[in-house]
Design a protein around this ligand. Structure first.
Ligand code: FES
Length: 186
């Protein structure tokens, strides 16, 4: 694992021509690496040593363009941060959740911003299939969200399981908004 001191931004393309990408350091240290995954990851850490020790990461959302997804490593797990398009948000909000195996509204899967409202643009999830732990592929599957190719689980644009063997929606990690554009995961 390598470290880059005083880095403000770190961009790197990821996989399969998808519009996924890696960012971004809001702090002074960015750690890159994670060769255990099929695609490169950045574990992006805040500048405070105690924050790093606690395994928290700060993410500047303003660096993620609409339709793009950040993938990063947090406590050994991939985390997805997707800046959803208006169509993706509409799809997520207008779903009849009574048809979902693990019913949750889109708003229930979001964390309020400092003004107490939710910002549906940004969806933050642990990128681990709830079946047997593969990493789902974004912008894929029958519901336009994520698709797990291991055994064929389809997640929608809110990360809810809609079809296939996975029993639960993609997990929402603990996170909070430090400002309108910065979140802290962990
Ligand atoms: S691990 Fe994802 S469908 Fe089995």
């Amino acid at each position: 694992m390598s470290e880059t001191a005083n880095s403000e931004h770190h961009d790197d393309h990821v996989d399969e021509g998808k519009r996924d990408f890696i960012l971004i350091a809001t702090g002074t240290v960015a750690a890159a690496g994670a060769a255990t995954f099929a695609w490169p990851l950045v574990a992006q850490m805040g500048k405070a040593a105690d924050t790093m020790a606690a395994g928290s990461i700060e993410i500047n959302l303003s660096g993620i363009a609409e339709g793009q997804q950040l993938k990063m490593l947090w406590r050994g797990k991939p985390v997805f941060v997707r800046h959803r398009t208006p169509a993706e948000i509409a799809e997520a909000e207008n779903t009849d959740i009574s048809k979902c195996p693990d019913p949750e509204t889109d708003a229930e899967r979001l964390v309020p911003t400092p003004d107490g409202k939710v910002n549906p643009k940004y969806l933050v999830m642990v990128g681990v299939c709830t079946h047997f732990g593969c990493v789902p592929v974004g912008e894929s599957g029958d519901f336009g969200g994520w698709y797990c190719p291991c055994h064929g689980s389809h997640y929608d644009t809110a990360g809810r399981i809609r079809k296939g063997p996975a029993p639960k929606n993609l997990e929402i990690p603990p996170y909070e908004y430090l400002s309108d554009t910065v979140i802290k995961v962990g």
